[in-house]
Design a protein around this ligand. Structure first.
Ligand SMILES: Cc1cc2nc3c(=O)[nH]c(=O)nc-3n(C[C@H](O)[C@H](O)[C@H](O)COP(=O)(O)O)c2cc1C
Length: 141
């Protein structure tokens, strides 16, 4: 199945995981980049607020031809319990009818309060959520 991994990463963890997944599966991969990189303070204030409200952020145009893929894997960090705003910017551009796998990357490793809402965003675009995974990036001692 022709697969594309689209990912956003603020501090590099999701980028590393996405690159590993691409290497393991042979999927194509594209990084989603914000037109203005946020400073950390802004990410924790404006960015976290936007994530909670499921608002978008401005991103550079996606270069991949999304229509040419059967499956799209979206990987994004969790901000304030929700996918980071760039995730919402990607979802908006999904062509209908795609199989979509979601990978949420977070320090806590859980998105139980937002997972259903996140999946609903995908199905609202006429796509099917085939898998949803949480990945924890920090090991608490
Ligand atoms: C603005 C901001 C908000 C965050 N909020 C959460 C959160 O609510 N829950 C959580 O588990 N981790 C949270 N994190 C941690 C990130 O999800 C985690 O470090 C993730 O691995 C970062 O991925 P990245 O390096 O690809 O950006 C937050 C990080 C940032 C920058």
């Amino acid at each position: 199945m022709k697969t594309l991994i689209l990912f956003y990463s603020f501090s590099g963890s999701t980028k590393k995981l996405a690159s590993q997944k691409a290497a393991e599966t042979g999927a194509d991969i594209e990084e989603i980049i914000e037109t203005k990189k946020m400073f950390v303070l802004k990410a924790y204030t404006v960015g976290a607020y936007r994530a909670m409200k499921r608002n978008k952020t401005e991103i550079h145009p996606i270069k991949s031809q999304l229509n040419s893929y059967e499956k799209i894997i979206i990987m994004a960090p969790v901000w304030a319990g929700n996918p980071a705003p760039a995730f919402n910017s990607i979802v908006e551009q999904l062509p209908s009818g795609k199989k979509v796998e979601l990978v949420m990357v977070s320090a806590g490793g859980g998105t139980k309060d937002s997972a259903e809402g996140t999946k609903n965003l995908i199905t609202a675009h006429g796509c099917e959520v085939t898998d949803y995974t949480d990945i924890k990036t920090l090991v608490k001692k």
